[in-house]
Design a binder for this molecule. Structure first.
Ligand SMILES: [Zn+2]
Length: 122
């Protein structure tokens, strides 16, 4: 049985509640990486169906925010952390998921996240 670090539990909990919906495939990932993610969402007790795709979307929204908004976010947080999920906790969750994936699938997801991270460097 996988043991969860407190940060894992916190990162996953921050993504809830969220709108209910079927798991959606993550754009740019191979079908084998997507099915690996679906399997993790079924088998890891810190994940639920759709959590990983949701985390990618949250992080995507985060890196696209204008600098001024990002500064406000880092200083004051965001009310949507509670209703829609925390964008920075979502990024933490993605690292946890990447470390649980096979090397090949992890590399695919890391590439996608790395491209998003690069948009943040200002
Ligand atoms: Zn919201």
């Amino acid at each position: 049985m996988p043991r969860n670090r407190p940060s894992e539990v916190r990162a996953a909990a921050a993504l809830r509640p969220r709108p209910r919906g079927a798991a959606s495939a993550i754009d740019g990932l191979s079908s084998s990486a997507n099915s690996e993610i679906a399997r993790l969402e079924r088998t890891r007790n810190y994940l639920r169906t759709g959590d990983v795709g949701n985390a990618v979307r949250l992080w995507q929204n985060h890196v696209r925010r204008p600098t001024r908004e990002l500064q406000h976010y880092y200083e004051f947080g965001d009310v949507h952390d509670f209703c829609c999920g925390s964008q920075v906790e979502a990024r933490d969750l993605l690292d946890i998921v990447i470390s649980a994936m096979s090397p090949r699938s992890a590399r695919e997801l890391r590439t996608i996240i790395g491209r998003l991270d690069a948009q943040l460097e200002f």
